[in-house]
Design a protein around this ligand. Sequence first.
Ligand code: M6R
Length: 606
Amino acid sequence: MCGIVGYVGQRKAAGVLIDCLSKLEYRGYDSAGVALFEKSGIEVIKATGRLKVLAAALEAKPELSATCGIGHTRWATHGAPSDLNSHPHTSEHVTLVHNGIIENYLKLKEMLLSNGYTFQSETDTEVLVKLFDFNYDGDPLCTILKTLSQVRGSYGLAIMFKDFPDRIYGVRKESPLIVGYGQGENFLASDIPALLKYTREYSILEEGQIAEVTEDKITIYDEFGNPTEKEHLTADWDVEAAEKCGYAHFMLKEIHEQPKAMLSTISPRIEDGMPDLHVKSLTDDYLRKVKRIHIVACGTAMHAGMVGKTAIERLCRVPVEVDIASEFRYRDPIIGEDELTVIISQSGETLDTLAALKLARAKGSKVLGIVNVVGSSIARESDDVIYTYAGPEIAVASTKAYSVQLAVLYLLALRMAYARNTLSQEKVQAYVKELLRLPELIGEVLEDSEQIKYLASQFMNCDDLFYLGRGFDYALSLEGSLKLKEISYVHSEAYAAGELKHGTISLIVEGTPVIALATQDDVFEKTISNVKEVKSRGAKVILFCKKGVSVPADVADYIVSLPVYEEIFMPMLTAVPLQLFAYYMAVLRGCDVDKPRNLAKSVTVE
Ligand code: M6R
């Protein structure tokens, strides 16, 4: 969603702001803008479309010399993408950029209209900036506190007050915002990658906290306006981690980073051949007592939860429910005693997931977060966190984050199975040994990328595609289908292979593309029967199965053979060619792979 940056220092702010915004492009946006404290007053420059349009507009104004300013990439919510609706928004005394939604903006607008204010845009943000103006009393801090007390909704804000050209302010509620500490310069941003080129030292603003940023000082105030101390953190992501490093796209780079991400996530959690999650409260005793698990997440993270459910139920015999966070939070879920809620999120900032977490806690559940971004809201609100060590994931389409989420869920399942005595120590150790082979096997799968590229070239013009599978393969096919849809814009559906004939098989006609996943020995023959059903109706089938299995003749047009591996872990291998297939389809169809239309990396609105 929207990206926010702010700069105060000695460099030309326009260049720094564009630079920082470019590192937030992955979040998704459709227009961009900056506001600069020039000697003549505040100058606002905005442009619809990609950041390069804004950059060109700024380059055409070499006279801009401000060393203080704010910038924004907007993902449209209220009003279409346009210069008028894009940020910054201004009023007589105040200029600001906003990430989030002001829920009571219509009521506030009425009040402001009756006080003589006029509006040019359709946005809730213009209402907010005029409310700031209405409340302005010469004291920025008091104005911020008063204004925000009248506002309902979510916000991350960077604010400039015309009378205070040496500083900017940042404040947040339910939208992420960090401050970055430099030498003779300081920053505001929605996310760490924006700052990595300039500094690694940062602090995360808590709900309601206000940052006053000047070139030599950052003062943090609590929600009541009292100065407060803030812990300084150091980002361990380096600049290269947020660069493409020779790959055509971040998505391709991130797919290729999976062996390393898996190793970093799994190996520190193995002690004496046994899984050890290093989470104090997840003792064997606790894991023995858990009666039910709720896994709650959105999108790809929810699909990881579906694989996790299959693994935990199979290995531990504990019932697991998987919920889409936006459904969970409004369905009044039943959470009993000794039930654990597992919240999965790459960004740690997804609004619905965060709300689901809070609901689960309010209902008395213990919450375990599986999160990639250290210090993110979900990480901080969970009772305990298991970090996935994928490094920054920049492409909107999640790949390496999904794989490491799976790895953590398998580790949890194995430890739990040991604690509950559904697997012996020897059996768990044997599984762990297999798990440690994963990085190497993913490497092998990546070496076969050319075959997947060729398959994409054969299917690139299709309009619809079906993914089929049973058990683990069904859970994975949901993710394969999502990946294809979101970046290549090809419609696809994932079906439990046995369910097709209950309706959907009517859509299979001569040439309909079907990707069939058949990596599980126990249901292999059943899945093959289902594949025959679509094949005999003319489907063009790509079959994914393990090397060496015997596939009846004429069942598939193409076969992708995967390394022979422990079958419960197969989703972590099969995911890779499915990601590559979506990637190459998107490339061949000329799509903007890393920034698919209408999508945002971190979804911080409902
Ligand atoms: O940051 P999160 O893991 O909470 O994000 C959840 C979804 O928005 C995310 O997985 C989304 O579905 C991805 N774009 C899929 O590739």
